[in-house]
Design a protein. Structure first.
Length: 143
């Protein structure tokens, strides 16, 4: 009989080096339990279960790290899922790496454009503040 990969055994609970409870990952990565459940609902994480206890593998922990990195740099969860789903533990993962690079380059372009727009807004606001301060100084001098 084939073992269900989503079902934990009592032995899994007894080996803390191999599994992580939801609270441990929540604390380690500073995310809420709800966030972890959300990622599970979206198919990004697949913890095993024993009763109501979720047990995350090292692979789940690594996936969470990559999910949070993707989120931090502005990738969509769909993009992150696409990259993660291409992982093949027995292959060279050339396709996964190529897609990750492609999406990374696209996101880098987006971030650079946003930075350019932010730099322009800062410059414009700086000029406006200089003008406002000058007007205020003139108003004070006229009193």
């Amino acid at each position: 009989m084939e073992k269900d990969m989503n079902t934990a055994t009592p032995a899994d609970l007894a080996n803390p080096e191999e599994t992580f409870r939801i609270g441990e990952l929540s604390s380690e990565f500073d995310v809420t339990l709800r966030t972890l459940r959300f990622y599970e609902d979206k198919g990004l994480l697949s913890p095993r279960r024993i009763g109501n206890t979720r047990l995350y593998s090292r692979a789940d922990r690594a996936r969470l790290k990559l999910i949070l990195l993707g989120k931090r740099v502005g990738l969509s969860l769909l993009d992150v899922k696409e990259i993660l789903d291409l992982y093949n533990p027995t292959g060279n993962n050339q396709r996964q790496l190529s897609v990750a690079i492609e999406k990374g380059v696209e996101q880098m372009d987006v971030l650079r454009k946003q930075r350019e727009e932010i730099d322009e807004a800062i410059e414009e606001l700086d000029e406006t503040l200089v003008n406002l301060r000058s007007h205020l100084d003139n108003a004070v001098k006229q009193q």
